[in-house]
Design a protein around this ligand. Structure first.
Ligand code: NI
Length: 182
């Protein structure tokens, strides 16, 4: 069991495009194990490598009792859409209606380098889209309607975790320095 800390909104790695996996080695299998353990511990329906600070195109999911992982995913989306609440382990406490394709065919590889195809609809399709977005530096708040996005950003700014991820809190001096502080 190797539960790792989950990176939160504001961490630059969540906005960085992850790179294709080339080596299907023991390190990759350890990454899939860490993703799985951390996702199940959270608990969450999916977790992508950048959320653990690793810029590789890998994610895991756990939907309706089915556990899976996918490496270097390529998605085919249905024209039919679904609406429903969506959240993200990197944005704790936020759950907002987000439109997604209803069904997805995801092609990629397993951790041994074998080609796999995953077909999913509804929640699994939502998870596959959400996690693939993570690999492109896209967060679900980017997929919201402008009005809901505004609400989401307000809620994020007001979250107690926001701005506390890793970096020390910068306290503002009560004594104005007129921009002369160094
Ligand atoms: Ni997420």
């Amino acid at each position: 069991m190797a539960v790792q800390p989950i990176r939160l909104f504001g961490d630059p790695i969540l906005r960085t495009k992850a790179i294709e996996v080339v080596d299907f080695d023991a390190e990759l299998r350890r990454l899939v194990q860490d993703l799985t353990d951390t996702m199940l511990d959270a608990p969450g329906a999916g977790l992508a490598a950048p959320q653990l600070g690793v810029g590789l195109r890998v994610f895991t999911w756990h939907v309706e009792g089915e556990l899976g992982h996918l490496v270097n995913p390529v998605l085919d989306l249905s024209d039919e859409t679904q609406d429903g609440d969506e959240g993200c382990l990197s944005i704790p406490g936020l759950s907002i209606d987000c439109r997604r394709a209803h069904s997805v065919v995801a092609r990629g590889f397993d951790m041994y380098g074998e080609p796999v195809t995953i077909e999913g609809s509804e929640l699994l399709a939502r998870a596959l889209q959400h996690e693939t977005d993570h690999l492109d530096g896209i967060l679900f708040v980017d997929r919201l309607t402008p009005e809901l996005r505004k609400q989401a950003m307000k809620q994020i700014r007001e979250s107690e975790w926001f701005g506390l991820d890793g970096a020390p809190t910068v306290k503002v001096s009560p004594h104005p320095t007129n921009g002369l502080a160094i």
